[in-house]
Design a protein around this ligand. Structure first.
Ligand SMILES: C[S@@+](CC[C@H](N)C(=O)[O-])C[C@H]1O[C@@H](n2cnc3c(N)ncnc32)[C@H](O)[C@@H]1O
Length: 280
C-alpha cells in the first residue's frame, strides 16, 4: 500500500507540479472562493498602507487581492517552498501590474528569516492542513507580526465535506478515506482557534464560511477525481466503483442538480504587546 502522501508537502517533487499551479488558479477564480477570500480579508481588518506577509502563498491568488487592498503605500510578501509556484506567482503579479507592491520568495513557514515584529499582519490560507508542524508555523507568524498586529489563518475542514450523491456509503468511503490519506490534517479548520490561542494571540475570533459549488467547476471536478484516484490507489474502493461514482457526479451536474459544500474556518488574533510595552 502506498505511504501517506500530501502533494502540497513538496509540490516541486510531484510528477507534474504545473498541474497544481493551474488547479490553484482555477480554484481561486471560482465565484465562491473569490467571495470566501474577500470576506476573510475583511474579517482580518487589513488596512491600506499595511505591510503584510502571506505564508504558503502558492501562485499568489490571495497575495494579489492583498496587494489591491493595501494599495500603493502598502506592501505584500508572499513566501512558499515551491519554486514552481513562486515562479508562476511572480509572472501573474507582473502581468497584473502588481509586482511593485508584492515580493515573492522561496522559503518555509516555520523559519521565515525576517526579524521579529516586522509586519502589520501575517496570514496563512489553506496551508496548515497540509503541514506536519502547523504549530511551528503559527508561532513564526506571531513572531514576525508587530505588537497590535493581526495573525490570520484560514482552512477548510474535510470533516464538513458534503456531496449529494445516490451512493452515500461509497461517497463517505471515498471522501473521508482519501482525504485522510492525502491531507496531513484533514480536520484543521476546527483547530485554528486553538492554534492562535496556543501561540499567545489575544482577542481570537472565528468566522465560519461555506464554499459551495452547484455547477461542478473545473477545480471541484479535479478535487473529486483526485479523491477517487486516491481511494483506488489505497484499495479503499475498486476502480469500477470509482469510475461509476464520478460518472454519477457528472450526470447530476448535467441535470443541474449538483451540490458540493465544505466549511471554511477563518481565525484571527491580535499580537499582545510585551509585558510593560505598548502596541501602536
Ligand atoms: C493548498 S496550497 C494554498 C496556496 C494559497 N494559499 C492559496 O490559497 O491558493 C498550500 C500551499 O502551502 C505550501 N506549503 C507547503 N508546506 C509549507 C510550509 N512548510 N511552509 C509554507 N508553505 C508551505 C505549498 O507549497 C502550497 O503552495
Amino acid at each position: 500500500m502506498p505511504a501517506h502522501a500530501d502533494p502540497y508537502l513538496a509540490i516541486d517533487r510531484q510528477p507534474d507540479p504545473e498541474q497544481y499551479a493551474s488547479f490553484l488558479e482555477a480554484r481561486g477564480r471560482t465565484r465562491s472562493q473569490t467571495r470566501l477570500r474577500r470576506r476573510f480579508l475583511r474579517f482580518c481588518g487589513i488596512r491600506p498602507g499595511w505591510d503584510v506577509i502571506e505564508v504558503g502563498a502558492g501562485t499568489g491568488v490571495l497575495a494579489r487581492d492583498l496587494a489591491r487592498l493595501v494599495g500603493r503605500r502598502g506592501r505584500v510578501t508572499g513566501v512558499d517552498p515551491s519554486r514552481v509556484l513562486i515562479t508562476t506567482a511572480l509572472r501573474l503579479a507582473r502581468e497584473q501590474g502588481l509586482d511593485g507592491r508584492i515580493a515573492f520568495r522561496v522559503g518555509t513557514g516555520a523559519r521565515l528569516g525576517f526579524p521579529a515584529n516586522r509586519f502589520d499582519c501575517a496570514l496563512a490560507v489553506t496551508v496548515l492542513l497540509h503541514v506536519h508542524q502547523p504549530g511551528a508555523i503559527v508561532r513564526e507568524l506571531a513572531r514576525v507580526t508587530r505588537a497590535g498586529g493581526v495573525v490570520g489563518i484560514q482552512d477548510q475542514d474535510l470533516g464538513s465535506m458534503v456531496l449529494d450523491h445516490p451512493d452515500q456509503a461509497l461517497t463517505r468511503r471515498i471522501l473521508d478515506g482519501a482525504g485522510a490519506r492525502t491531507v496531513v490534517n484533514p480536520w484543521s479548520g476546527r483547530a485554528l482557534v486553538g492554534r492562535l490561542v496556543e501561540a499567545g494571540l489575544t482577542k481570537v475570533r472565528l468566522a465560519t464560511d461555506v464554499f459551495q459549488d452547484t455547477t461542478l467547476t473545473e477545480s471541484t471536478h479535479s478535487t473529486l477525481t483526485r479523491r477517487a484516484e486516491t481511494a483506488v490507489r489505497f484499495g479503499l474502493v475498486g476502480a469500477r466503483a470509482a469510475t461509476g461514482w464520478l460518472a454519477a457526479i457528472e450526470r447530476l451536474a448535467a441535470q443541474g442538480r449538483f451540490v458540493f459544500t465544505i466549511n471554511f474556518y477563518g481565525a484571527a488574533g491580535i499580537k499582545p504587546a510585551p509585558s510593560g510595552g505598548r502596541s501602536r
